[in-house]
Structures are given as structure tokens and as C-alpha cells.
Design a protein around this ligand. Structure first.
Ligand code: SF4
Length: 159
């Protein structure tokens, strides 16, 4: 799996250099009501073994510095406003990533009356990371593929 990730990272680095794009991406994580399983795997993704940072992806404490809003858990009624505050504080261009089946709407957690539904219903989700929870390798792979896809969509065709 990590051979594939290294290969993806090399392609991404080369393509970004050729296009003159910056390579690093700052991620702001918001737990919108998870069981903490997804946070555990996300934490592991940034440890020295999986080392998400080597792909140019780093976590930031402030949404004002973030390129990607990474959301875990089903969106609870109590977290809705905090989520929107974080999203509205982010500079453009910005992307939203849903990490885990709960953020994607599997609904295995909690009382449905306290849930607002899928993240899609509240914010425009560009990157989907399925799993309950996804592994660190899957988190890295989906983030890298999603960022590449977003870049391709935003890159005007050559004249
Ligand atoms: S997807 Fe699974 S691990 Fe992640 S918050 Fe939901 S129940 Fe927990």
C-alpha cells in the first residue's frame, strides 16, 4: 500500500512542480460528533510511521490557515454552528473532506434526533474517505487522490 502511496506522491510532486504549484496543503480537522475512532486513525496517519507530512499534508490549528476542512463523525445539532464558523473562516480556495462512514452518512452513532444528517447536507464535500474507521493508509490515499482531482478540475486547459 505504501509503495502505491509513494508512487502517487511522486506523481503529484512532479506534476505540481511542472505546473509551478505549491505542494503543501494545510488541513483543519473538526470532530462533528464522532466516536473518536476516526480521530485515532487520523492521529496515527500523522505519526512518524505513516508520516502524512511527507506528502506535503499537515494539520493546522486554525481554519484561517487551512486549505482543507476535514470533518469526522455525523454532524450533530450542537456542532453545526462550530462547523460553519470554521468553514467560513477559511480562505478561498477551500475544500471539504468527509472522513469516515459517519460523515458520509452511515448513521451508526447516536440518537437520530440529534443528528443533522450527512455532511453533504451542510457543506460541499469534495473528498470522501470511506471506512469505519479508515486506516491511516486509506486516509492518505484518498486525500492525495482527492487533492489531485480538485487540482485537475481547477486547472484551465493549456492554450
Ligand atoms: S465512521 Fe466509525 S470510527 Fe468513524 S466516527 Fe463513525 S463509528 Fe466512529
Amino acid at each position: 500500500m505504501f509503495v502505491l502511496l509513494r508512487h502517487l506522491a511522486a506523481i503529484r510532486r512532479t506534476a505540481a512542480l511542472e505546473r509551478g504549484e505549491p505542494r503543501s496543503v494545510a488541513i483543519r480537522h473538526v470532530d462533528a460528533g464522532s466516536c473518536n475512532g476516526c480521530e485515532h486513525e487520523l492521529g496515527a496517519a500523522t505519526n512518524p510511521y505513516y508520516d502524512l507530512q511527507r506528502f506535503g499534508l499537515s494539520m493546522t490549528a486554525s481554519p484561517r490557515h487551512a486549505d482543507v476542512l476535514l470533518v469526522t463523525g455525523p454532524v450533530t445539532t450542537r456542532m453545526r454552528d462550530a462547523l460553519l464558523v470554521a468553514y467560513n473562516a477559511m480562505p478561498e480556495p477551500r475544500l471539504v473532506a468527509a472522513l469516515g462512514d459517519c460523515a458520509l452518512g452511515c448513521g451508526v452513532l447516536g440518537d437520530p434526533s440529534q443528528m443533522l444528517g450527512t455532511l453533504d447536507a451542510i457543506l460541499p464535500v469534495a473528498i470522501r474517505i470511506p471506512g469505519c474507521p479508515p486506516t491511516p493508509a486509506e486516509i492518505a490515499r484518498h486525500l492525495l487522490e482527492g487533492l489531485d482531482q480538485a487540482r485537475r478540475l481547477n486547472t484551465p486547459p493549456a492554450a
